[in-house]
Design a protein around this ligand. Sequence first.
Ligand SMILES: [Fe+2]
Ligand SMILES: [Fe+2]
Length: 290
Amino acid sequence: MEFTEKEISPLASLDVWEDDVLERYPEPNQPAKAKEEFRNYTDSDRQNTVREFYRLNHTYQTYDFVKQKQAKFLKFDKKEMNIWEAFNFLNTLVDDSDPDTELDQFQHLLQTSEAIRLDGHPDWFVLTGLLHDMGKVLCLFGEPQWAVVGDTFPVGCKHSDKIVFPEFFEANPDSKDERYNTKYGVYEPNCGLRNVDMSWGHDEYIYQLVKDHLPEEALYPLRYHSFYSQHREHAYEHLMDAHDHEMFKWVDKFNPYDLYTKAPVKPNWEEIKPYYENLLAKYLPATLKF
Ligand SMILES: [Fe+2]
Ligand SMILES: [Fe+2]
């Protein structure tokens, strides 16, 4: 399927999706985010682009679409880079938003990992923070925004009405296909999420990219950090097994670091660089295949 430029990039910036998630799940006991922090959009412009983004996401993320993207990207034959080249590559992802207020992608990763490190968590959890949005490089391979970011959800079974903008699933052909539109669809009750295909995006991609190198407690947050309808709304427990529930403790622990650590002060990179060089060398091979 061919998409127009508007359909590929409905949002001025990938961060608009994250701002929307933050509005939906504001930090407990904090004053709601001040309106002026939302860059230059008027509220209704921003809301319209977010709606359009979800409309596209919910319409086109079908079971077949996910299988096609898996076949295309899980061959990892696009680009080979060491991790520093990969961070630089990710940072070439710039969009229309105001560069003064925008943190680059690496700063978001570093702020997330630093908050985790300063709370004294294990080093692999710090690394989870540093890597979790690396999958956004999919945008640089020409993928539409709604196939890179956005809340993720299981495909191949009924869409939960706990997913944001559930009404847009009406236009998704899977919702009319009896193989896919029942509670369990192609799955068995409590089959475990390892047997479930998620809508395609940066979570699944980074998980697949590093799954041989990190402990499972790190892999769950990488793979499911955008699965808000489960980790916030508990809408898919009928597909999860006991092991998933155990591991989702780490998804829950991770999410506040992702959403709530957008500090205006940049970490002092020169000071912490040796720590991160050691951390990356400890877990990851010299180069990664994207
Ligand atoms: Fe993310
Ligand atoms: Fe993130």
